[in-house]
Write a protein that binds this ligand. Sequence first.
Ligand code: GZL
Length: 384
Amino acid sequence: MKKKLLGAILSAAMVMSLLAGCGSTAAETAAPAAEAVEEAADTAADAAADTAATVEEAAEKVEEAAADTGAAAGGNIKVGFAQVGHESDWRTASTKSCQDVFSAENGYDLSFVDCDNDEAAQKEAVRSFIEQGVDYIIIDPIIATGWDTVLTECEDAGIPVIVIDRTIDDSDKYVSWVGSDFLTEGKAAGEWLKAYAEKQGIKEINALIIQGTIGSSAQIGRTDGFNEIAKREGWTVLDQQTGDFTEAGGQEVMESFCKSYAGKFNVVVCENDNEAFGAMTAMDNAGVKYGPGNDVILISYDACTAGLEDVKAGKITADFECNPLAAPTVEGVIKTLEAGKTPENQILVPDNWYALKDQIVDFAVEGNAQKMIEVTDDVIAAQY
Ligand code: GZL
């Protein structure tokens, strides 16, 4: 561009000097020379316009770059979070934890999308974060597969991805996963049931399982973990169906179970507390007695506040926690990255197991002795 402008100015100067030095021939040469000056002036004007456009373009690029380095230059860190949905008390606590941590006063601009348990919407949310040019993307994957394409797009855009809670099982294009060990949760429920049944003199186990969202790593781990113990101990799992981690889903499945397996089951395993709330409604309506000292042992997962209240009320026999408060650990990953360091790839958050005093028994998972926490009013008050 500069060359064009320079060329035009030089040719105008040459024509002017010709005019000045021509003397007697000026009259013959004036017209074409004036034409040449005009042409050169037009060229110069075009060149100047081109240069102005280039300057404007360059200015825009500088502005964009300045925005992009907002994080580096001390501006708020832009975080996109594609959350599963709003299906359970657990999810509410998880969302609150993330919104509390990634707040403006803490130096973050959070783009939060509740994906309402819709896998396509969740992929769309991640792509919208790429469009926005966020600094980091956090995903709680509704199901564990179908992720490599969109994670490749994040990688191509140079945006680090952190997975929270549930796992992604068909791609490793993320920096870190922060969450619970769902398989251990399932095994812990199974090993506790074995020890508790022995203490209670229960010889036969006929179980029904209300599963979480099929294909989510939480459902896969809890189902596989419990079934591994059931198979080893020769228990009968009469049926297992998904309640999609919701109260309505739990009630619907339990209503069907109460009809199909009336009088045949003595254990119900709900893969989260909200399903257990629904299952209790269905069993109440069907006249099925559950909880310590009754016909049916009710096992649940999550151990949210309302779940522990049902343990204390003698409804849920044992509750296996899944910790929803992983956001502070995810922030630690981001701070590590901001410091130019490499965070751990798999980061486990601790879970606890809960029951009333009389339902606490000694048991181990993979040879590791497990500690159970007695549910008291103080424990409930401190829960999430
Ligand atoms: C588990 C989490 C599950 C909870 C449910 O980590 O993903 O999803 O157990 C929630 O309550 O719906």
